[in-house]
Write a protein that binds this ligand. Structure first.
Ligand code: TPP
Ligand code: MG
Length: 312
């Protein structure tokens, strides 16, 4: 969680200082979700994300250098520098892709779950879905289809209460999104999205039974992003329901500080160990950033490669 946070904070810096060309959607404050979920996955599971997916890919493959290179448009990146922050892909670790089209990967995740069921290998698909993405019609078709056809797919709702600059109270009559799973007779859990231990335990229970029974499940995790919708700004000036006070209150529920405190109370962690770990991570992040900055961009003539299946 600390590595993911510091990597995203480095991207915030890189964007603000003009090193990064494309937009970066940061999930600082939401790290517990992907980390808690990824901990229970096996390498052959099929995970799909969207525009805010740095934590999704890093929690499967903590290669910060490859993420930095990708976001900086370098050939050494996860998608060879051709995707940027919103088109991340790392098949070897099970990250089957992200795209900026809101809810654009959810039906593909359902297809991956159908394939897993046909292959009978007990793999599952995971679709990360924002509270805004959940308002897309295709998600409801996906819930329906996966329930009817008994598909092993975990719909992970990252409910950070915002879709771009609009609070959920301006978009929905009720802020509990998991209520839609009842309509499709899908098991669901509604949890504190800033408690990594809880997320791990509760989703493990769901996933263990999904692997056996080929059923979908929904897990809704309530959280908050510290930055605004995109890049490094806080958005308190554009968000109708987002104030400095809200951000400060949510920072008190910081998933990393909470875990650290709980571990200290159990006697298995200390301030000294924490500082040493942070120092080591800071060094790694700095090295990864500097080497990615030094790397080359892909050659222009490669631009159309990979557009069609058989192109070189
Ligand atoms: C189909 C589509 N509609 C609209 C947009 C513009 N857009 C980008 S992100 C976003 C909000 C998504 O909110 P949510 O799913 O809650 O994810 P979050 O940004 O909170 O992580 C919107 C409307 C888009 N990229 N694609
Ligand atoms: Mg949201």
């Amino acid at each position: 969680m600390i590595t993911i946070r510091k990597a995203e904070q480095k991207l915030a810096f890189g964007k603000e200082k003009g090193f990064i060309e494309g937009p970066v959607h940061l999930g600082v404050g939401q790290e517990a979700i992907a980390v808690g979920i990824s901990e229970i996955l096996q390498m052959t599971d099929r995970v799909f994300g969207a525009h805010r997916s740095h934590s999704h890919i890093l929690s499967l493959n903590l290669d910060v250098y490859k993420l930095f290179a990708e976001v900086l448009g370098k050939v050494t990146g996860f998608s060879r520098g051709m995707g940027g922050s919103m088109h991340l892909y790392d098949k070897d670790s099970g990250f089957f892709g992200s795209t900026p089209i809101v809810a654009g990967t959810v039906s593909i995740a359902v297809g991956a779950a159908l394939a897993a069921k046909m292959q009978k290998n007990k793999d599952i698909a995971v679709a990360y879905i924002g509270d805004g993405a959940f308002e897309e019609g295709v998600v409801h078709e996906c819930l329906n289809f996966s329930s009817l056809h008994n598909l092993p797919i975990l719909f992970v709702i990252e409910n950070n209460l915002f879709a771009s600059h609009m609070n959920i109270s301006q978009r929905q009559p009720n802020n509990k999104i998991s209520r839609f799973s009842e309509a499709n007779e899908i098991t669901y859990k509604l949890l504190d999205g800033n408690n990594v231990e809880l997320i791990y335990k509760e989703s493990k229970e769901l996933v263990d039974s999904m692997r056996e029974e080929n059923r979908p499940a929904v897990i809704e995790l309530v959280t908050y992003r510290w930055y605004g919708h995109v890049d490094w700004r806080e958005d308190i000036d554009v968000g109708v329901e987002r104030s400095k006070e809200d951000i400060e209150n949510w920072k008190k529920r910081d998933p990393i500080a909470r875990l650290s405190k709980a571990m200290k109370e159990m006697g298995i962690w200390s301030s000294e160990k924490n500082s040493a770990l942070e120092k080591k991570i800071n060094n790694n992040i700095e090295l990864a950033w500097l080497s990615a900055l030094d790397d080359k961009a892909p050659e222009a003539k490669l631009l159309l490669n990979n557009v069609y299946k058989d192109s070189e």
